[in-house]
Design a protein around this ligand. Structure first.
Ligand SMILES: [Zn+2]
Length: 418
């Protein structure tokens, strides 16, 4: 079989070394899209630049997430590349408008010859909720019929990430702040039953996290401009969010399931596993709370907001009881596991809005140590933070704490937050 994949692979210059994965639902976060990749296809590259190839190498698809303004150029590049490597390229003159997953799209077909064999070409542009998805596909014409159904299903699966719109079952009440808001419970916790039976176990676990106690403590400490529900729910994606449109924090059952996969190989007992999943979920919740404070209270934030959110989470957990510290450590372990995986595969998104996983791990430990040296000295040695950085942690952490206290002070219920 002439491998049409080779052409696509060469074009995909950014994808030099990366893991080959088999997966069903892929989320393209920067474009806010999801798509289902048949499990027999291989996936290379990053979320924003991905190469999909079927098991026999008869079909290859390049996916690129581009800024809308770069669209024409991106498409030109792709088509020019195909023009250079194939002979007899014939594009149909007109691009056809169509709808994919409710989004505006346009599609163009063509034919060519590659290494003496006829191939079909196709390009597709999808106006995603954020950015634009550019898709160029090459398929061996002799194998066209065999791939038609999965190709149609693949294209049909492209849709906006569901969390953008609230699920219909989600009835979060977000009243404007009333006159006697001083006594209102603005933070509350809701659990939406999952539709997918597999996720029920994580819905059950989420009830055991006692998030109500956290909401209670937040209500006693802060006053918010409006109700701020913390909602556990099935999202169709692995994540947690602060949503400024709904003024809510969402924690997906899928995220708990993902944490189970991360930690299961590291523990001996189910009890230990539960503590770690609970801990890292708590860190995530505090991180989203950081985004929520910045968004709802319109706090000034410079630097990466993701770092600011991690810092707030680490400070709160460091200043809570031993369970808080345990939660911060569970998050550090998560970042360490993911970071080592990224190093091994070199699958690193340098442009990502988050700091790198290993940096996030060190930053958590840095704050724990900066806030309490006696308790965390051994930890700093164990993870290998240099003496210089450790000294920096001791100098910088009180400044971070002071900054967050100053930012939150006007929103404290009685006195400044502890
Ligand atoms: Zn974040």
């Amino acid at each position: 079989m002439r491998r049409v994949a080779a052409v696509a692979s060469a074009w995909l210059v950014l994808c030099s070394v990366s893991a080959t994965a088999r997966a069903e639902v892929r989320v393209l976060r920067s474009a806010s899209l999801t798509l289902d990749v048949p499990s027999s296809w291989s996936i290379k590259g990053t979320e924003d630049e991905m190469l999909l190839v079927d098991a026999k190498g008869e079909l290859a698809i390049i996916l690129r997430v581009v800024e809308s303004k770069d669209l024409a150029k991106g498409l030109e590049n792709a088509e020019a590349y195909i023009g250079k490597h194939m002979t007899g390229v014939q594009w149909n003159s007109q691009a056809k408008p169509l709808q994919i997953g409710g989004m505006e799209a346009s599609n163009r077909d063509g034919t060519a010859t590659y290494q003496g064999r006829p191939v079909r070409l196709g390009s597709l542009i999808v106006a995603a909720p954020q950015k634009t998805l550019l898709l160029v596909g090459v398929i061996d014409r002799a194998a066209e019929a065999a791939h038609q159904a999965e190709l149609t299903a693949f294209i049909g699966s492209i849709q906006p990430v569901k969390h953008v719109a609230a699920p219909s079952s989600w009835t979060v009440v977000t009243p404007e702040r009333s006159a006697d808001a001083a006594t209102d419970a603005l933070f509350s916790v809701q659990y939406l039953p999952p539709r997918t039976p597999r996720l029920k176990v994580w819905a059950d676990l989420s009830h055991n996290l006692k998030t109500e106690q956290i909401a209670d403590a937040l209500n006693k400490t802060f006053t918010m401009p409006r109700a701020m529900p913390i909602v556990f729910l099935e999202c169709g994606t692995v994540n947690a969010f602060y949503t400024p449109e709904k003024h809510a924090i969402l924690v997906c059952y899928e995220l708990l399931e993902y944490f189970n996969g991360i930690f299961r190989p590291t523990v001996k007992t189910d009890y230990e596993l539960g503590r770690k999943i609970g801990g890292v979920t708590m860190f995530t919740l505090m991180h989203e709370l950081g985004h929520a404070f910045i968004g709802e209270l319109e706090l000034p934030a410079t630097g990466k907001e993701e770092d600011a959110a991690d810092q707030l989470a680490s400070i709160i957990l460091s200043r809570s009881n031993e369970t808080g510290r345990e939660s911060a450590l569970a998050a550090a372990e998560w970042f360490s596991i993911e970071g080592r995986k990224q190093l091994a595969t070199q699958d690193i998104a340098w442009y990502d809005e988050h700091s790198f996983n290993l940096e996030r791990m060190f930053d958590i430990i840095c704050i724990l140590y900066g806030d309490n040296q006696a308790e965390n000295a051994a930890l700093v040695k164990q993870v290998g933070i240099s003496d210089n950085r450790a000294a920096r942690c001791v100098r910088d952490t009180p400044k971070l704490i002071k900054s967050w206290k100053a930012l939150l002070k006007p929103h404290g219920r009685h006195s400044s937050p502890q």
